[in-house]
Design a protein around this ligand. Structure first.
Ligand code: B12
Length: 215
């Protein structure tokens, strides 16, 4: 069933992906497992094929549509998990300015939500000022920024600079992630945390909430 999910993304077939997602749920596959070890695996393959010019942008777009169709079915099931025992910390998350990639960010949102965080997802191509304003409005503990484009990475650094300029840096935990972002780079720009995938994002967020207390 996990292979079927992966292959539906690779073939860019949204109907097949939705069907595979339904089958996974009725077959008792944990929805988060279906996302991580099924859909993500397929998209990783598409990314590799794209880099090797084995597939082109239209195929990637179809793969993205297939992934979204399956996620729409798996997401409600993933959120049914009981997470009431965890304190609801508020997270403002977005794909940062200039970048429209949102599949990874959506998965991070989903996993954090499934683990008890209260998520304010601002979408994609979001200006840094809008991220900061929302975090102030809802009194968030964490701002999480995603990007898959190296050309948008500097906005993460700009966001931290803007927070400092406004005397707000200590108020928020800043987490960054996405394809070209590395742990080393995150440290170099003064972010508090980095995660390689959705599971790590959740783990790091928990750790940071205990270690770095926003004031
Ligand atoms: C799907 C895809 C698209 C889709 C996006 C659909 C969508 N709605 O997201 C479409 C077709 C629209 C697209 C468009 C473009 N794309 Co594109 N795309 C990809 C592809 C194949 C897969 C990305 C993906 O969804 N991966 C699956 C998800 C699950 O993984 P992920 O995003 O990495 O997220 C995980 C982790 O990174 C982490 N994470 C992510 N965010 C965060 C945030 C935090 C806080 C934390 C802790 C963790 C975290 O957790 C996630 C879940 O596990 C990649 C190839 C690749 N190798 O990544 C190229 C890629 C990202 N694209 C690329 C490019 C260049 C583009 C375009 C500019 C192409 C063009 N010429 O128009 C445009 C973007 C235009 C723009 N202004 O944004 C390049 C980027 C190169 C770079 N480093 O700058 C890549 C790497 C392809 C390549 N090899 O050249 N793309």
């Amino acid at each position: 069933m996990l292979d079927d999910l992966a292959n539906s993304v690779i073939s860019g077939d949204a109907n097949r992906a939705a069907e595979a997602a339904k089958n996974a749920l009725t077959g008792g596959v944990d929805p988060l497992n279906a996302i991580t070890n099924g859909l993500n695996r397929g998209m990783k393959q598409v990314g590799e094929d794209f880099s090797k010019l084995k597939v082109y942008l239209p195929e990637v777009m179809m793969a993205a549509e297939a992934m979204k169709a399956a996620l729409a079915i798996l997401e409600p099931a993933a959120l049914k998990k009981d997470s009431t025992s965890i304190k609801k910390s508020k997270v403002v998350i977005a794909t940062i300015a200039g970048d429209i990639h949102d599949i990874g960010k959506n998965i991070v949102s989903l996993l954090m939500r499934a683990n008890g965080f209260e998520i304010y997802d601002l979408g994609r191509d979001v200006p840094i000022d809008a991220m900061i304003s929302k975090a102030m409005d809802v009194n968030a503990e964490i701002i999480a920024a995603s990007t898959l484009l190296s050309t948008s990475m500097p906005y993460m650094e700009d966001m931290i600079a803007l927070l400092k300029e406004r005397g707000l840096r200590g108020k928020f935990i800043i987490m960054v992630g996405g394809g070209p972002v590395t742990k080393e780079w995150a440290t170099s720009i003064g972010a508090d945390g980095y995660g390689d995938d959705g599971d790590e994002a959740v783990k790091v967020a928990y750790e940071l909430l205990q270690r770095v207390k926003p004031n």
